[in-house]
Design a protein around this ligand. Structure first.
Ligand code: CP3
Length: 364
């Protein structure tokens, strides 16, 4: 494939035979598409009235564990927004439970792990033989896949080893990752043992999701930006690469996402992931250059732009699409998740803007 253009964004016609597969999956593989696909990180969530209604009657974990409810929340959000992909409603922390760590979401506090992993013995005690307990996520994917069939791309997901390890060790969200980095630096055997166990469980979990109908797997390394490049290479890269390769061997593309990753992008691309998520702190074309044009990219609108006046929002959306410049392999998204209080109309407006966008034709 050449890097010349993705046809659609320039308004060209693409033969039908080149349009197999959803627009979203095609973009992940850097194949030509009729227009740039769009979806949003955290597109189902508290900013949406329909989700808040369901949440009145069920906890977050209850929704995740009841495939009927998880599928409904997933489908409602994707249809209301008119996006090109549906991400299954689940949470990053679900695999902790079958590994032997109880957690809960406390209002306003985020996730809390009751007995965090702090020692080699704690790592030793973690179980890897119960990934089957997570099958409720696969059952929800089956329902979403049956609903959308070929119309939308269906995204399964899991946390990356580093980000999940940080939740297990810190016991929740963290500012400085002191316990995590202390184990990483001081006890290489425990650290590597923890990452190996995570890779084993996450691989099995992703396999269930792919077998259930996920077209793509997104690996969230949300907190990897807490690592400098040397530490990323020394302590996180290899386990992530193993997970990426294991998922690709299942026959689906992988999106690898992180935040505050400007200094890590080149190395993140070395995992072999098909698509790299970009946050908004650098222009999309700069981020793409750092990733290398042999990979697709996803991003990178600042989620808080959704609170801006329409003209500002539109300018930012167009800036991103112009920076992508019609090159195959751009998936429009935010640089991180939608936050509570975001006006739904602004999210819908972005979908419209992406759908209507045309690059100015070649000059001269
Ligand atoms: O449409 C969707 O994307 C929703 C599905 C989804 C959830 N969590 C449900 C959820 C997804 C993709 C996630 C991933 C997730 N979970 C990540 C990676 C994405 C990112 O933002 O970096 C992370 C870091 C988590 C861990 C997590 N879950 C945190 C830190 C919190 C609390 C912070 C917050 O936003 O409130 C959660 C809770 C959570 N997971 C909510 C939702 C909709 C909100 C709480 C609720 O409904 O009670």
């Amino acid at each position: 494939m050449t890097l010349a253009n993705n046809g659609g964004a320039l308004g060209e016609t693409i033969p039908d035979s080149n349009l197999d597969g959803s627009r979203f999956v095609r973009a992940c593989l850097r194949k030509p598409v009729d227009r740039t696909p769009v979806w949003f990180l955290r597109q189902a969530g508290r900013y949406m009235q329909e989700y808040r209604e369901v949440r009145k009657h069920h906890t977050l974990v209850e929704i995740c564990k009841q495939p009927e409810l998880a599928a409904e929340v997933t489908i409602t959000a994707a249809e209301k927004l008119g996006v090109d992909a549906a991400i299954i409603f689940a949470d990053l922390l679900l695999p902790l439970e079958p590994m032997g760590l109880d957690f809960e979401f406390q209002a306003g506090e985020g996730p809390v792990v009751h007995r965090p992993v702090r020692t080699a013995e704690d790592v030793h005690a973690l179980r890897t033989d119960r990934a089957g307990d997570l099958a409720y996520v696969a059952r929800a994917i089956e329902k979403v896949a049956a609903h959308f069939r070929e119309r939308l791309g269906i995204i399964g997901f899991c946390g990356a080893p580093y980000t999940l390890a940080s939740y297990m060790i810190e016991g929740g969200s963290s500012r400085n990752y002191i316990y995590t980095k202390r184990m990483m630096y001081a006890d290489a055997t425990a650290w590597r043992g923890l990452l190996d166990k995570l890779v084993a469980v996450l691989t099995a979990y992703c396999r269930q999701q792919v077998e259930a109908g996920a077209d793509v797997i997104q690996i969230f390394d949300s907190w990897v930006g807490s690592l400098g490049l040397s530490d990323y290479c020394a302590y996180a890269f290899e386990a992530t690469q193993q997970l990426v390769r294991a998922v690709q061997a299942m026959g689906v593309p992988v999106i690898y996402f992180g935040v505050e990753t400007a200094g890590l992008l080149g190395q993140m691309a070395q995992t072999g992931a098909d698509v790299i998520g970009l946050d908004w702190r650098q222009p999309l074309d700069e981020g793409w250059r750092a990733v290398g044009h042999a990979r697709a990219v996803q991003g990178n609108l600042d989620p808080i732009t959704l609170f801006a006046p329409m003209e500002v929002l539109e300018e930012r959306v167009k800036e991103i699409l112009r920076a992508a410049n019609g090159r195959p392999g751009h998936i429009f998204n935010l640089g991180h998740g939608i936050v509570p209080g975001t006006p739904v109309e602004s999210v819908q407006a972005v979908v419209r803007m992406v759908k209507e966008f045309r690059l100015e034709g070649p000059r001269g």
